[in-house]
Design a binder for this molecule. Sequence first.
Ligand code: G6P
Length: 373
Amino acid sequence: EAAEKGGYSHFAIKEINEQPEALRRALLGRVHQGELRLPELDALRASGTLDNILRIVIVACGSSYHASLLAKYAIEKWTRIPVEAITASEFRYCEPIMGPDTLCVAVTQSGETLDTIVGVRQAREHGSPVIAITNVVASGITRLSDAVLYLHAGPEICVVSTKTFVNSVSVLYLLGLYLGQQNGQVQPEQMRKLLDEFERLPGQIQDILDKANAPDDIIAPLAQRMAQVRSMVFIGRGVGYPTALEGALKLKEISYIHAEGFPAGELKHGSIALLDPETPLIGIATASHVYDKIVSNIQEVRARDAHVIVVATEGDEKIKQHAHDVLYVPSALEAFSPLLATIPLQLFAYYVAVARGCNVDQPRNLAKSVTVE
Ligand code: G6P
């Protein structure tokens, strides 16, 4: 097992560090010289099925659900088709309104999550075309789907998802761009620009990791200082909101610290009552069209004497006035920023868990794939 960990102490940190390579593999052969190719979808396209899609429903659980929530923003922007992301265990019992004009996208890294599989079965029964996004070749979900987009993340051993999360978001984005190209909402020039930005991401993730692996980095010492807190709050707006949800999920899964993610604008409607000097907060404040709004939410929190940690874009010196600690990530297009902001949150959760002596790769009560209801 030590050999499989390739010199790392845990699979978790090995897999976090594999993300640039994993993402490159997801883009390989699909993004090339400003063009997008998803041959896996050619048959669906040729049959005309994709021409009639009026609505997209993404069904998933856990981190895959958070990837789906993120992708909703980008897919709607690029296709102007309404997208709903729904957690599979709710979808299957909500008498979902599906049909041939509603594309069902199932996201499951394992391909075996029972709730997602049952949801997809229902979607099929209603006549919806199904596209599966999974990491595991020939897994259960692939047999129920009209087309499969593989994550190509490589094996993920740690129970908590890291590289499969990043690749799920990325493959969902590729699907969104493909559909946007099909329905004429994404023009060739825009496509080239977006794909160029996409191809920069693995290098940018590598930059974050290189910085985090340097001896003077602040994430591990910060995690050490936070290791004994009882509760943490994560906030974001727009794409920062699902990023906050995923950051909170990572922390609770592997460190057992109570953590919740909230849409920052919603804090004032209740959750702000949770904040006190003993409840640190992580705000996602990377460059975006709602940057000023999230900064003002962070100021409100700071006024409650909470310890404030912010994930921000490199070069944003102003944010330091509002935060006790700042975790910087490289500048990216707003849609892509969560793929970068997620990395320090994964590292933070990992180092907190290590400091607490938790079973990082196999947290209590969790399984890599949940094949029961
Ligand atoms: C389990 C894992 C989570 C994962 C979820 C969905 O609960 O512990 O990390 O996100 O299942 O898994 P899937 O394989 O469907 O993506």
